[in-house]
Design a protein. Structure first.
Length: 303
């Protein structure tokens, strides 16, 4: 979770919550349901970084094919040390060339230090691995099938990180509690770090609108606090059977944050355990909104 820039930090934030959420939100404003233009996304990212809750912000998520579009907006937004995640498509070689060109033009203003890509089978990993630049954090998006453990093992053998999609633009895109629990447990067991993305605009599990449309569908969505706390509990020794219960919690009072740790019902986690979880297991979560997570956390009186 190391940062290349100084971030504002509110002294009112409880230390355990600060550890759990520092650099946690990868901003993906280009993607649905936000679907903003690149100019607005770059302006937002700059504003969020310099805002009161900039300490929560992680990387800016951009398709590799649009990196040069972002580069033109770095100077107008006074970018310096921006961390970028590049999404790779099927043309891996072209995407990696775009990353090289971006670095040459961006200089110290921004740097792609993470890439994400989808794999349909574990056999697709090695061809991609051979092309990746040294030192980049690479996340392979898994498919939630019966062979999940084999996918995670292949990711471990390749020394990559895993990625789970926790939502989408259709009700069926939101995985079941047991599927997310199985993923977290498999990653923890294999020692594979992960990130989650999509459908994680809110801290707690609940039924939320999928879009801003007044009469749009409402679906059960996962909460980012649930996911992060479930990962922390598993890393501290909780059993896989306990994870769905943690993921299903909808009451903010279930999470009691203190200056030296957090209590989750009968589970007590120290700040050191939270720190190890964020550094070694649950690295980040992607959200097309940064303001929604902040607003919800304020409503829960956590910020």
């Amino acid at each position: 979770m190391s940062a290349t820039r100084a971030k504002p930090l509110s002294s009112a934030v409880v230390e355990s919550l600060r550890i759990l959420l520092s650099d946690a939100v990868d901003y993906a404003g280009l993607f649905p349901p936000a679907s903003l233009e690149m100019e607005a996304v770059a302006q937002n990212f700059a504003r969020y970084l310099n805002g009161e809750f900039g300490w929560m912000l992680g990387r800016l998520v951009v398709p590799a094919e649009r990196l040069l579009e972002l580069e033109k907006l770095l100077k107008p937004n006074r970018a310096r040390g921006w961390r970028v995640t590049a999404l790779l498509g099927r043309s891996f070689k072209d995407d990696l060339k775009s990353i090289v060109q971006f670095h040459l033009k961006a200089g110290e203003r921004a740097h792609v230090d993470a890439v994400e890509f989808k794999i349909a089978t574990k056999d697709e990993i090695n061809p991609i691995l051979e092309l990746l630049p040294h030192g980049v954090n690479a996340y392979a998006e898994v498919v939630l099938r019966d062979d999940l453990a084999e996918q995670i093992e292949a990711i471990r053998m390749a020394r990559l990180q895993a990625k789970i999609r926790t939502g989408g633009m259709k009700p069926g895109a939101f995985p079941r509690l047991q599927q997310v629990a199985r993923f977290i447990a498999a990653c923890a067991s294999a020692g594979v770090a992960f990130k989650a993305t999509a459908g994680l605009h809110h801290p707690l599990r609940g039924v939320y609108p999928m879009t801003a449309a007044q009469r749009g569908p409402h679906v059960p969505m996962h909460g980012f606090l649930n996911v992060l706390m479930a990962a922390a509990a598993v890393k501290a020794g909780a059993m896989e059977l306990q994870i769905p219960e943690i993921l299903s919690l909808r009451d903010g009072a279930a999470f009691a944050f203190h200056h030296d740790g957090v209590t989750l019902r009968n589970i007590r986690l120290s700040n050191q355990q939270l720190r190890e979880t964020r550094e070694q297991l649950a690295i980040a979560f992607g959200s097309c909104s940064f303001e929604d997570p902040v607003r919800d956390l304020e409503a829960l009186k956590l910020l």
